[in-house]
Write a protein that binds this ligand. Structure first.
Ligand SMILES: Cc1cc2nc3c(=O)[nH]c(=O)nc-3n(C[C@H](O)[C@H](O)[C@H](O)COP(=O)(O)OP(=O)(O)OC[C@H]3O[C@@H](n4cnc5c(N)ncnc54)[C@H](O)[C@@H]3O)c2cc1C
Length: 433
């Protein structure tokens, strides 16, 4: 009888072993600059890139290392799809506004891809089409709804029924929707490369420098303070000491990710007989997978019970279940060995769209949080910077403003608790009328 391969090792994201990290300087003495960016994930790095391109004198403060947060833990799918499908956006905003939002996310993905190419950042950038697969009859219905939404706004797609999908991607799914012009990358290498570009351009990047408070436009760290005209805050975690209102609005959705040893050509053909895809399924806590440039499988997912857990998971139960689910769909790959797994908490808001706006009580401080996707983060950081530097930048606060209604009002949230309120609001955000 074939033995089930062992559970992968818990540890740092596999990406970290692919890129060597030279620790950056810490902020040691007080400084003055035009704009301080707080947070060195994709959002903060892109904010700093735009600000410096517009001629600002910029300081970036990062708690650990740039890319060491969620950006560098992610699976590196660069697609406009994130937590909300087009049909869900359309149900909420109508066709024209949904198309606007989709194009924003696509612009965010293009920003990353174009920057990686223009700056020659080695980050395993690959062109790979998307494949959204439906599980069961309800999944097939979701896939058809997404196809109709794409048709309504004139976006390309290919809709596949069960037999035609099985020919390009077996796995027993009931329907599939494919679309192209999308990429994937090693997100940690991208962040590290972009950090180096910023330093070359004169941005002062301080790592190992956690911000403890923002007082007007003075940004306070443990050792020193940076005084600036403007501040852009791009954090995934918002302690109340930095901003109590933002802290209330940030929620986290837990996901776990693992990586396999390289697949053989036969295994790749069993998974993708006619070409590779980056794949995710239609379930509420979806699984997702793609191949890296060196043919490893990245596989992620979660569980309904742990999605709203406050702290990153350390026990392997969820990743084991995700791997079991994958093996059940692809028995030919049953012997594939996964070598490493790691958890992550995706920072989201209650309606799953980011906040990219100035603090109403402190207009010199712009916030970017709840990005739920690398493209949103890149676009959000860039947009916040343009709002500061480029007069006439389009006002999109109708989507990304601070004061958005959630189904569960704050008072009731106090009674229900944050996880339950969040779960109710997310179901509402994803509901299609
Ligand atoms: C396992 C996993 C898989 C994912 N897969 C994908 C995917 O395939 N595609 C996709 O588009 N999205 C994916 N995501 C989501 C994506 O990673 C995030 O939405 C995105 O990285 C958010 O970027 P960010 O810059 O807002 O946050 P982060 O990258 O988390 O950046 C915030 C930064 O702020 C720093 N920071 C925090 N507190 C302080 C402080 N007090 N002072 C200074 N700095 C501080 C942190 O260290 C961090 O570097 C995934 C997420 C996870 C966890």
């Amino acid at each position: 009888m074939a033995r089930t391969p062992p559970t992968p090792q818990f540890g740092e994201p596999w990406w970290h072993s692919q890129t060597s990290v030279v620790a950056g300087a810490k902020l040691e003495g007080d400084q003055r600059c035009d704009v301080v960016v707080v947070g060195g994930g994709v959002a903060g790095l892109h904010a700093a890139l735009r600000l410096s391109a517009c001629g600002a004198d910029v300081v970036l403060l990062e708690r650990d290392i740039c890319g060491g947060g969620m950006s560098g833990r992610s699976s590196g799918f660069l697609t406009p799809d994130s937590e909300l499908g087009l049909h869900q956006l359309m149900g909420r905003f109508g066709a024209a506004e949904a198309a606007t939002l989709w194009r924003i996310a696509a612009d965010g993905a293009a920003l990353i891809v174009d920057t990686a190419r223009a700056e020659a950042i080695a980050c395993d950038l690959q062109s790979v089409d998307c494949l959204f697969v439906g599980i069961g009859e309800s999944g097939a219905t979701t896939i058809r709804a997404e196809a109709e939404a794409r048709a309504a706004v004139g976006f390309d797609y290919q809709l596949m029924d069960e037999p035609s999908l099985a020919a390009v991607h077996p796995g027993g799914y009931q329907a599939g929707l494919a679309y192209g012009d999308t990429e994937a990358a090693d997100p940690f290498a991208y962040c590290r490369g972009l950090r180096d570009v910023l330093i070359e351009r004169g941005v002062q990047v301080y790592e190992g420098s956690p911000v403890t408070a923002i007082e007007g436009s003075a940004v306070v760290t443990e050792r020193a303070t940076v005084h600036a005209d403007r501040v852009v805050v791009c954090l995934d975690r918002m302690p109340p000491s930095i901003n109590a209102r933002a802290s209330e609005q940030i929620y986290h959705a837990q996901t776990v990710l693992c990586v396999s040893e390289p697949l053989s050509a036969v295994q790749i053909a069993a998974l993708f007989p006619r070409g590779r895809f980056q794949v995710w399924d239609s379930t509420a806590v979806y699984s997702y997978y793609r191949l890296t440039g060196d043919d490893r499988l990245l596989l992620g997912g979660g569980s309904a019970l742990t999605t709203f857990a406050r702290d990153p998971l350390r026990s392997p139960g969820v990743i084991r279940a995700v791997i079991r689910g994958f093996r059940a769909r692809f028995p030919d790959l049953g012997g594939l060995r996964f070598t490493r797994w790691w958890p992550g908490l995706i920072d989201v808001t209650r309606d799953l769209l980011p906040v990219i706006d100035a603090d109403p009580e402190e207009p010199t401080v712009q916030y970017v949080f709840g990005c739920a996707g690398l493209p949103w983060a890149a676009w959000g950081g860039d947009h916040a910077a343009r709002r500061i530097m480029t007069p006439g930048t389009e006002d999109l606060t109708r989507f990304f403003g601070w004061s958005r209604e959630a189904l569960v009002p704050s008072g009731l949230q106090g009674l229900l608790g944050k996880p339950l309120s969040f779960a109710i609001d997310i179901l509402d955000a994803r509901r299609v009328p």
